[in-house]
Design a protein around this ligand. Structure first.
Ligand code: ADP
Length: 441
């Protein structure tokens, strides 16, 4: 069921319940009011009857009453002695049990079909009497009958009006949503640039559209980087392949000496090795990218990790500045992956700074460790700072040097898996500082 239909149904049921309850409340309270009012008037009539018939009041005689005091509709009055014979006629005239009730309490209110009645016990010189007045509340009944007719019709009209207004408002409110759905349907991989209109950024639909648009922004960025990756990958693969094919065609174009064959094979082998390294790095990156949590985490000493790392690099080019740990410095990590990430950064610093020394700092900060690798190399052009983490991306000034542009993407992913962060500061021609922050374990 569509939201519009569901809301309309809910509105109709709510309107039906609310209007019915309101109608019922109006009817019952009116009935109650008239009943009470009429019993009150009956009470007055009972008193009057008692004055006239039992106390033989001379001021209010029967004639005065009939002439000047308004009688109730179809009013009947009785004054019945509460002796044996009177009790029987009480039960017979009204209902079985009235006599008993009247002996127990002073006054009794009762219904006789549609008529209302009041019986009151009085004691006069000649004995105990019951004064009873019954009458028909014609005005009340007419009013209630009128309500019985008017309330259902009025109620139905109200419900109809409420549902119509509700349906119109729901339709109006959902219209922008339908337009958004229509537009969202048109957004495909080839039209990822389309965005939903945001009319009111503060209402729910505006917020939904903004969230959807920002999701599209992220998707578009992911698509773009995927496209860039495929184009870079094919470019990187094509270079060694072109070299291999060219060399093979050249050497096979005519008879060659043994040495020429050997030289050609060496070139082919070298290019094949390049391709091999590239595919291995790509595989490693794909493996890391597919991880959402760190595999085989363990408690590792960051100092031991750094010492093992520097052993693999030429010591004469390294300048170390390690802040000693008071207790041992540990992180929860994967030794192999962390080693790979830091080795990439150190390798880059050495590669892109010729023969200049590279400084490796280690410091303990509140809640985290800071590792900085600082070189005085070629630096990274400012416009390319945010691209160097894309797989296979190489800055313009680095393309003359060996490399495939995978190391940084891999290092970043690994450091993020360790809940850490990696960032670069660089000045072209002056050098680069790579900073790694890792949380305490
Ligand atoms: P590679 O070094 O194999 O090209 P990376 O992924 O390790 O690939 O680095 C990506 C790019 O970032 C490099 O091509 C280079 O342009 C830039 N880069 C990384 N580290 C440095 C550095 N220390 N100095 C200058 N440029 C760097």
């Amino acid at each position: 069921m569509k939201i519009r239909d569901r809301l309309t149904l809910m509105l109709s049921v709510t309107a039906l319940l609310a209007v019915s309850m309101l109608g019922l409340a109006i009817y019952l309270s009116t009935a109650q009011f008239h009943k009470k009012e009429f019993f009150k008037r009956l009470g007055e009539r009972v008193q009057l009857t008692e004055l006239i018939f039992l106390e033989k009041n001379e001021v209010i005689s029967e004639a005065v009453r009939d002439r000047f005091l308004q009688r109730l509709d179809l009013e009947e009055e009785y004054a019945i002695t509460l002796k044996r014979s009177g009790l029987d006629s009480l039960n017979r005239l009204f209902y079985q049990g009235l006599a008993n009730e009247l002996l127990k309490q002073d006054s009794v209110l009762f219904w006789q079909g549609q008529r209302q009645g009041m019986a009151k016990r009085y004691s006069v010189e000649s004995g105990d009497y019951a004064v009873i007045v019954t009458a028909l509340d014609v005005f009340g009944l007419t009013k209630l009958n009128f309500l019985k007719k008017i309330l259902p019709t009025g109620g139905l009209l109200c419900i109809g009006l409420l549902v119509a207004v509700g349906w119109f408002s729901i339709n109006r409110a959902l219209m922008p949503l339908e337009r958004k759905i229509e537009k969202a349907r048109r957004i495909s991989a080839s039209e990822l640039g389309l965005r939903l209109n945001v009319f009111n950024p503060r209402d729910e639909l505006g917020q939904l559209a903004m969230t959807f648009n920002s999701m599209l922004d992220r998707l578009q960025a992911a698509f773009e980087s995927q496209k860039q990756f495929v184009s870079n990958a094919s470019h990187e693969m094509r270079n060694p392949l072109t070299a291999i094919i060219g060399e093979a065609e050249l050497v096979l174009s005519k008879e060659r000496s043994k040495q020429e064959y050997q030289e050609a094979m060496e070139i082919i082998l070298q290019e094949a090795k390049r391709m091999n390294t590239l595919t291995q790095q790509l595989l490693e990156l794909a493996k890391a990218e597919s991880l959402s949590t760190l595999p085989d985490p363990e408690k590792i000493s960051i100092e031991v990790c750094l010492v093992e790392l520097i052993e693999k690099f030429p010591p004469q080019r390294l300048r170390l500045n390690f802040q000693p740990c008071e207790d041992d410095c540990y992180i929860i990590g994967n030794q192999y992956l962390l080693h790979t990430a830091l080795a990439n950064l150190l390798e880059n610093a050495l590669k892109y700074s010729g023969s200049e020394p590279v400084s490796l700092h280690f410091a303990v900060e509140p809640q985290r460790y800071r590792i900085t690798i600082e070189d005085r190399g070629i630096g990274i052009p400012p416009g390319e700072m945010d691209k160097i983490f894309q797989p296979l991306y190489r800055a313009r000034n680095a393309r003359g040097l060996k490399g495939h542009g995978i190391g940084l993407a891999l290092s970043k992913k690994i450091i993020e898996l360790h809940n850490g962060s990696l960032f670069f500061e660089s000045n072209v021609g002056q050098g680069t500082t790579a900073t790694v922050l890792l949380p305490f374990c």
